[in-house]
Design a protein around this ligand. Structure first.
Ligand code: TYD
Ligand code: MG
Length: 451
């Protein structure tokens, strides 16, 4: 009997199986299996003569050749952990149209002033289209070379000949290997393409940026395998309707994943936003009820944001609640706490909560700000000017400590705030707070009194 020449792959996680299955045993997704031809097996890969390597001690490894390349975009360098590591493979994921190609073209532009061989491979746009985009971004030096190609074998030949120092592949889903008969974007093609690029990166010491499209549920389309193979995974996110974009590190073998970079899409490409708090707070109404400034931590970076609440009497039996930019259940929970612990009759009121700027907040430290925004709107008293609020609220109405209180206070001070309402238990952590008044609260009731 002829042996099966095809296998079934889970399109979500890359699990392979000899037969079709309704549910993937690895990632538990339903209906994700698709039939793909088996990749040809590679023979004689195990151990080549004369290439056996000796184990070495950590101290004997030279590390001075790990020179990082500064991209010239400080926000990106920060997310990468201090610059591009030669020989590393960086995956940049994000929704279509978010600005991945623009960002990488700008990186190429800024590097092309200092490096002499940069290659931008596009499988999606024609040279004319790239030129149009480039014309908006600015002048390019001739060390940047463009290539429209999707065939991996040809790409490999070109790369070996040109030996670029930095290379961009836009996007991995369009690349294909002729020896595999499944369509570009399928699990086996993506896996193979990433494998080829990884080999090139490591052997030739090329820093490779790979663009990956994201599916509706927020993961890079195709297999998770891609994320395991690369050194660094960056996600480019942001609201399509707002002009700012956040670049977030999800995995980084050469740095921390706690960093974010903030950019703004302008008519001349992406611009760095060095002071995100100021940017997010611009246009905030002064003296309006229901508006509270909170401090969120994005990794190690504090960011001030405005929480807005609108509470009004419900016309139906069931109050309406909507939460934009935060968890809906958390809003319901906090409103239940207010109802029970402060006796506010909120079950007869609709509540609409919004985080200005289209940011998503998931940190518990914003609870207190949210609670005060709801109270402020319910009573129609504005929160005093120049005040920021942070703290976690527990089910008995207590205000609990949050991490990095010092950084949050510092950020508020930097932006000219004069009063901070914070958990009582955080007070001890804060040093050097001249010029800013700290109001420690231990329960929601105290916080309400502080309004
Ligand atoms: P793009 O980089 O093509 O997105 P991706 O590669 O992630 O799919 O981004 C294109 C969007 O950015 C498009 O909607 C137009 C906008 N844009 C600007 O607003 N200003 C610019 O200078 C450029 C180049 C693009
Ligand atoms: Mg693109």
């Amino acid at each position: 009997m002829k042996k099966n020449a095809t296998l079934f792959f889970c399109q979500n996680c890359g699990y392979e199986s000899a037969k079709w299955m309704g549910q993937c045993p690895a990632c538990r997704e339903w209906n994700t299996f698709a039939e793909e031809p088996k990749a040809p097996s590679v023979k004689g890969r195990s151990m080549r003569e004369g290439e056996r390597r000796e184990p070495v001690a950590l101290g004997e490894i030279r590390s001075d050749d790990q020179q990082r390349l500064q991209t010239g975009m400080a926000e990106l360098d920060q997310v990468l952990g201090g610059g591009i590591v030669p020989g590393s493979l960086v995956l940049v994921g994000g929704d279509p149209g978010i600005g991945k190609s623009t960002l990488l073209l700008q990186v190429c532009r800024s590097l092309s002033g200092r490096l002499d061989r940069i290659l931008y491979i596009s499988g999606e746009e024609s040279l004319q289209q790239i030129r149009l985009r480039a014309a908006r971004i600015g002048e390019f030096s001739s060390s940047l070379k463009l290539l429209c190609e999707t065939n991996l074998a040809d790409i490999e030949t070109t790369v070996l000949k040109m030996k670029p120092q930095v290379m961009v592949v836009d996007s991995i889903q369009t690349m294909y290997q002729e020896s595999i008969s499944s369509a570009p974007g399928s699990v086996s093609q993506i896996r193979e393409a990433t494998g080829v690029l990884m080999r090139l990166a490591k052997q030739q010491n090329i820093a490779v940026f790979i663009v990956g499209h994201v599916t509706k549920d927020g993961t890079v389309a195709g297999p998770r395998v891609l994320e395991h193979m690369v050194d660094t995974v960056l996600y480019f996110e942001g609201d399509r309707h707002a002009s700012y974009r956040i670049l977030r590190g999800v995995k980084n073998r050469f740095g921390s994943t706690n960093e974010i970079g903030v950019f703004e899409m302008t008519d001349r490409g992406l611009e760095e936003v060095a002071n995100p708090s100021e940017y997010m707070l611009s246009g905030r109404p002064e003296g309006a009820s229901g508006s509270v400034v909170v401090c969120m931590m994005e990794g190690t970076r504090p960011m001030l944001l405005e929480v807005q609440a609108l509470v009004c009497k419900t016309n139906f039996g069931l109050p309406r609640r909507t939460a934009a930019g935060m968890d809906y259940n958390r809003l319901n929970l906090l409103m239940a706490v207010l109802e029970k612990r402060l006796g506010l009759p909120l079950s007869g009121y609709d509540a609409y909560v919004n985080i200005a700027g289209g940011v998503r907040l998931s940190e518990p430290a914003m609870d207190l700000g949210l609670v005060l925004a709801v109270i402020s709107s319910y009573r129609d008293i504005p929160v005093p000017e120049r005040t920021i609020v942070f703290g976690e609220v527990g089910l008995s109405g207590e205000v609990r400590a949050v991490s990095m209180a010092q950084q949050r206070v510092q950020e508020a001070k930097k932006l000219g705030f004069t009063r901070v309402i914070l958990p009582q238990s955080c007070l001890a952590q804060i040093k050097n707070c001249s010029g800013i008044k700290l109001v420690g609260v231990s329960a929601v009731k105290d916080a309400m009194a502080a309004l």
